[in-house]
Design a protein around this ligand. Structure first.
Ligand SMILES: Cc1cc2nc3c(=O)[nH]c(=O)nc-3n(C[C@H](O)[C@H](O)[C@H](O)COP(=O)(O)O)c2cc1C
Length: 182
């Protein structure tokens, strides 16, 4: 295998093959897979290695249905067997690490991507459901997950066995690529 043989490179195939899948089979995700996804989630890089992200796993069907019913845009949560809500105690993060530049969102985004890629690597699919700063989402989901004061949720990764398939990504968008300078 050469470095350029992308079809043979498992990691590259997983990255290019990850797509947003919004329809899931009903079957639940094995606990060992959930644990591996969590291990990958907590391995994500964070600013100043602050590691501020907490994760609320949700496999309670009733709760997922409630989140799905909360808002037209969160509806797909009701059809997922599993979700990972990525949260940060923002007030504490800003006080302790003196990072008031919003890096908690970037930290959380890295965690989200690790979850989605790990899911794909384990034969699962997933989608990013944005919660923070979306009217009708954050204020509804926060009490449902009983998040303490000061804790914010960036997004939820909905994960499960996919019931739709999508073509993998391929190629570089030359229109958006600038070499050395724009
Ligand atoms: C920051 C961010 C927020 C997103 N929010 C949502 C969302 O709320 N609902 C949704 O269905 N998809 C959401 N997505 C998924 C995008 O729609 C999806 O990644 C995009 O359409 C590209 O498709 P792909 O993931 O299959 O490559 C979000 C993705 C990102 C990165």
């Amino acid at each position: 295998m050469t470095v350029l043989d992308t079809q043979q490179n498992e990691t590259i195939r997983i990255i290019l093959g990850r797509r947003s899948v919004r329809v899931f089979e009903e079957r639940s995700v094995e606990p060992e897979k959930v644990e591996l996804i969590l291990e990958c989630a907590f391995a994500a890089p964070t600013a100043m290695n602050a590691q501020p992200c907490h994760i609320v796993t949700i496999d309670d069907k009733e709760l997922l249905t409630k989140i799905g019913a909360a808002n037209e845009r969160t509806r797909m949560a009701g059809g997922a067997p599993l979700a990972f809500a990525v949260c940060v105690d923002v007030a504490n993060y800003e006080k302790v690490h003196r990072l008031t530049d919003g890096t908690w969102m970037e930290d959380s985004a890295c965690v989200m991507e690790n979850i989605l890629l790990a899911a794909r690597a384990l034969g699962l699919e997933g989608v990013w459901l944005q919660i923070a700063n979306r009217p009708g989402r954050e204020e509804v989901v926060t009490p449902m997950l009983r998040l303490p004061a000061g804790v914010r949720i960036l997004a939820m990764a909905l994960v499960g066995y996919g019931a739709e398939s999508k073509a993998p990504h391929s190629g570089v968008d030359e229109a958006r690529l600038h070499r050395n300078a724009w």
